[in-house]
Design a protein around this ligand. Structure first.
Ligand code: ZN
Length: 291
């Protein structure tokens, strides 16, 4: 079974379409989405419709929740974008039945879900402890007091998004010893000589997940629609689970996909020119910086 894992699309339909095309070229069996389909970007309707069509499982993100309820603890930029998104979701596009379907879908997203009912594969947007809202940043990865309560809440792998930073947190425990914690940044060089934004970057592009040895992992695929690791390309990953061989460990690979972020910036600025200033121009500019 080959599963593409995407997260944090944030209503960026140009990034989402490019990633879905790339995923198709990688011949996966299914796609799962770790939430924040909407919020920030200019095309929430199109993104919800594409995710509904393509994803076997989608989790609830904090922005999805805010756009369906009310933004709480958001900065001004995120709050205004959420309120703007709420108005977009009210549009009967292309008809009232489609609008209702979209709302029903967003309102039914789970906050935590086991993949294939397998307790070794937990999916959330934020963390195993606070599934919608907790951030687990790369800097947390080596701090036992920070990571232990998170790793104690699941068995094998916790897939999570939310920070927009791709990477793998690892918890290893040799018998009779305290667990040790580490973090590896997710990185992908495939097809992109000299195109990195933000200088030299390093990390791992592939990791064997040694579940058979009792090691546990937190995996973040990074963000499709608003990367923040200094790289403007859309970030996602693939989980490879060997079929029928329970003693063979799964493998994870990180991927990046180029897309036309300037068109997204242009879409954001167009709304402002048309008299609605709730989408901040910075939301377009930051896409080019990957910040
Ligand atoms: Zn997000």
């Amino acid at each position: 079974m080959r599963t593409a894992i995407i997260s944090d699309i944030h209503a960026n339909v140009y990034a989402l379409k490019a990633v879905l095309e790339d995923i198709e070229a990688h011949e996966v069996d299914r796609v799962i989405c770790l939430g924040d389909v909407i919020g920030y970007g200019p095309d929430p309707i199109e993104c919800v419709d594409l995710v509904r069509e393509h994803c076997a499982l989608t989790l609830l993100g904090n922005h999805d929740f805010a756009c369906r309820t009310q933004p709480v603890n958001f900065n001004f930029m995120a709050r205004d974008a959420a309120l703007w998104t709420q108005d977009r979701l009210d549009l009967p596009y292309p008809d009232e039945a489609a609008r209702e379907e979209r709302i029903r879908f967003l309102d039914s997203l789970p906050v935590r879900q086991m993949l294939d009912d397998d307790p070794r594969f937990l999916c959330v947007h934020g963390s195993s402890r606070h599934p919608t809202n907790e951030y687990v940043f790369p800097d947390d990865g080596f701090r036992a007091e920070r990571m232990k309560p998170l790793f104690d809440r699941f068995e094998g792998i916790c897939f999570e998004g939310h920070t927009h930073w791709p990477g793998v947190f690892v918890c290893e425990q040799l018998s009779g010893q305290d667990p040790s914690y580490s973090f590896y940044r997710g990185f992908c060089e495939e097809g992109r000589q000299g195109s990195l934004c933000g200088g030299t970057q390093t990390g791992i592009d592939r990791i064997v997940l040694r579940l058979s040895e009792g090691t546990r992992y937190i995996i973040n695929p990074g963000s499709v629609g608003q990367p923040r690791d200094g790289d403007s390309w859309a970030s996602w990953s693939i989980l490879d689970q060997p079929d029928g061989e329970t003693d063979t460990d799964p493998t994870l690979t990180f991927h990046r996909t180029n897309y036309d972020w300037m068109r997204v910036r242009e879409r954001i600025e167009q709304y402002r020119r048309d008299g609605d200033d709730r989408l901040d121009p910075f939301l377009g500019e930051r896409l080019g910086m990957g910040r």
